[in-house]
Design a protein around this ligand. Structure first.
Ligand SMILES: CCCCCCCC/C=C\CCCCCCCC(=O)SCCNC(=O)CCNC(=O)[C@H](O)C(C)(C)COP(=O)(O)OP(=O)(O)OC[C@H]1O[C@@H](n2cnc3c(N)ncnc32)[C@H](O)[C@@H]1OP(=O)(O)O
Ligand SMILES: CCCCCCCCCCCCCCCC(=O)OC[C@@H](O)COP(=O)(O)O
Length: 254
């Protein structure tokens, strides 16, 4: 029962805080702009105190370069929003599934924050939406946060990555910055109806350059990101990886 109360209150907080944030954003900036993200960030960062969640972040300064880039991170649940806002840099928008836009004030606040909505069922439309972002990324000095797994994933591993984030980075010739969150499974487990409090480790990895890369380099770029994020995920989550050690298995970057 406690699980449902906490999840329910999380959703209620999202709706209520969104409605308030919409008013503040419209009063401050008048409409849809990425500058509203800093207002949204302040509201969302309060959530962690309600749920006793602590963040331990490593390498956050790597996100503070005032230059465009594509940030990719693993995605486990709707709690990821707190982790996102914990380290969200300035001028950064997110790619979100279109369904979220229809969630009342939550959709409106995301719209006001500059979030790009994509229809995952219509790949061509999703790609052109992302291509549009790719075209304006550099001159608007924007960062884009994408969850390359394309969906929430509560397994104790990373899903294979979709290619959109990498097409976007290569098209705009901007670096990819991976951000990895440790597994929530110690305190959040929907199947077992567990949602207590706990600590989430967040590690920002070194930017991966895309200068000079073309579409043909995308599979390798995707693979490099996937393996370095997977290794970090296991390390942060203290999950023994294939060869049973806890330490980082530093495979040479092929
Ligand atoms: C005070 C407030 C209180 C709280 C209220 C809340 C406020 C919060 C505010 C703000 C925080 C908001 C938080 C946001 C959180 C939301 C997170 C989500 O919703 S996660 C789901 C959506 N995200 C994605 O899905 C992205 C990842 N997906 C992609 O990038 C895909 O690539 C996508 C959708 C573009 C296409 O997906 P495909 O399923 O078709 O798969 P593929 O393998 O990537 O592509 C298929 C083929 O198309 C080619 N392709 C892909 N992209 C291309 C491109 N751009 N150009 C050309 N070809 C491309 C590929 O090469 C591939 O071709 P070959 O099969 O390899 O031959
Ligand atoms: C007026 C009624 C509005 C009711 C809406 C209740 C609010 C629900 C909480 C919304 C939190 C929004 C922040 C993003 C959280 C998130 O990450 O969404 C889930 C998707 O990534 C994953 O997509 P998928 O796993 O494929 O369903």
């Amino acid at each position: 029962a406690n699980f449902y109360f906490r999840i329910g209150s999380y959703c209620v907080l999202c709706v209520v805080f969104s409605a308030v944030a919409c008013v503040v954003c419209v009063l401050c900036h008048g409409g849809r702009t990425v500058r509203n993200m800093s207002i949204i960030k302040r509201f969302v960062r309060i959530f962690k105190y309600f749920y006793g969640i602590q963040f331990e972040t490593y390498g956050e300064e790597k996100l503070h370069d005032d230059k465009p880039c594509v940030i990719i991170s693993n995605h486990q649940s709707i709690l990821d929003m707190m982790g996102l806002m914990e380290v969200l840099p300035r001028n950064c928008i997110q790619i979100a599934k279109r369904e979220l836009f229809y969630m009342g004030p939550v959709g409106l606040i995301m719209y006001l924050g500059g979030v790009i909505f994509i229809n995952r069922k219509r790949t061509s439309a999703a790609m052109s939406a992302m291509e549009e972002v790719g075209n304006t990324l550099v001159q608007e000095n924007l960062k884009v946060w994408i969850y390359p797994e394309g969906t929430r994933n509560e397994s104790y591993d990373l899903l294979p990555f979709k290619k959109g984030a990498f097409y976007l980075a290569v098209q705009a010739q901007v670096p990819v910055i991976p951000v990895v969150y440790s597994s929530f499974s110690s305190f959040y487990h929907p199947e077992k109806k567990i949602f207590t409090s706990g600590k989430i480790k967040v590690e920002v990895l070194d930017p991966i350059k895309t200068e000079g890369l073309t579409v043909t380099d995308i599979p390798k770029l995707l693979e490099t990101c996937h393996s370095v994020m997977r290794e970090t995920f296991f390390r942060l989550s203290n999950k023994p990886n294939e060869n049973g050690t806890n330490g980082p298995t530093s495979q040479p970057m092929q």
